[in-house]
Design a protein around this ligand. Structure first.
Ligand SMILES: NC(=O)C1=CN([C@@H]2O[C@H](COP(=O)(O)OP(=O)(O)OC[C@H]3O[C@@H](n4cnc5c(N)ncnc54)[C@H](O)[C@@H]3O)[C@@H](O)[C@H]2O)C=CC1
Ligand SMILES: O=C([O-])CC(=O)C(=O)O
Length: 269
């Protein structure tokens, strides 16, 4: 039998804590050994309730694990990513937008033998987008609609003096490419970054972000016009209690992705 792959998680918030609990409950072939958190006392109390408490370590020490999952704010992405990639680990980012201006990490991974596995996260259909992108693709767009509170704190809104809490009708707050969307909304549209990496890149992937007081779910619609197929796909995510910017499906998607790393039967590409 193959040896278990060990897992380290950066961040114990909406994504990280859910994932840590699921791993602690038991996932064949995977073993949680380390977590990193900002609030040490809170994290220590949380993991003390686990069946098998992982070690509480610094961000860079997570690279002791075979798989390093980043589920922290984009601001600490580089620390987690660099340590994991230099150690030749499997790096699974949540803050995918932070990867776009750091594509040199992919080159480093090639040299060290590390792998960077971007989960579908809060999105859907990246298998079909990747398949379409093996052929000719004319356009890929993503339209994101969130309740205004799901966009709060985005640097782009602050830079442009846009107050989403004052909005009473749905309002287009950003239109541009996925690279600029990810920089302006680092905690809100990682999905656009993942779509760009699956398809035709961050410059050609076009993004609309709407603040919509009428929606209760974080809603993403992808449209792909390709030679082989036309795709139109929508996902309506229930915001998580811990962080309304993050859909509840995100940790589930990462868990499903990680099962795929050890599964004998794997469905979908
Ligand atoms: N790829 C995707 O589809 C999605 C990605 N995301 C992104 O995933 C990341 C995590 O999201 P959430 O779990 O919702 O965020 P969260 O805010 O609920 O949790 C982040 C956690 O990281 C901790 N943290 C902060 N600084 C830290 C440090 N220096 N060391 C260790 N831990 C630290 C915080 O205390 C918090 O517990 C964010 O960048 C978010 O934008 C969110 C939703 C979907
Ligand atoms: O959870 C969502 O709907 C998407 C999200 O926050 C992100 O892509 O960063």
């Amino acid at each position: 039998m193959a040896k278990d792959l060990t897992v380290g998680i950066a961040g114990l918030g909406a994504i990280g804590l859910h994932l840590a609990r699921a791993l602690d409950a038991g996932v064949p072939g995977l073993r949680l050994i380390a977590v990193a958190a900002r609030d040490q006392a809170k994290a220590a109390a949380t993991i003390a309730t686990f069946r098998t408490p992982p070690r509480l370590v610094g961000l860079a020490e997570l690279a002791e694990a075979d798989i390093v999952v980043e589920a922290a704010p984009a601001a600490v992405f580089e620390t987690v990513a660099t340590a994991a990639i230099e150690a030749g680990r499997i790096f699974v980012p949540s803050s995918v937008g932070a990867l776009l201006p750091r594509m040199h990490l992919v080159e480093r991974a090639r040299a060290t033998g590390a792998r960077i596995i971007v989960p579908t996260g809060a999105l859907l259909g990246l298998d079909a987008v990747r398949a379409a992108a093996e052929g000719e693709v004319a356009t890929i767009t993503i339209e994101t609609r969130k309740p205004p509170r799901g966009l709060l704190g985005a640097p782009y809104l602050e830079q442009h003096g846009i107050d989403v809490t004052a909005m009473t009708v749905k309002t287009l707050v950003f239109k541009g490419n996925a690279f600029d969307a990810a920089q302006g909304f680092p905690a809100n549209v990682n999905v656009a970054a993942a779509l760009a990496l699956a398809g035709i890149g961050p410059e050609r992937t076009m993004v609309e972000i709407w603040a919509d007081p009428e929606v209760t779910r974080n809603t993403h619609t992808i449209r792909v016009e390709a030679a082989a197929a036309r795709l139109t796909m929508t996902i309506e995510n229930v915001p998580s209690e811990e962080n309304p910017r993050t859909g509840k499906i995100t940790p589930l998607s990462i868990l499903a992705c990680m099962r795929g790393l050890t599964a004998t039967l794997k469905v979908g590409s």
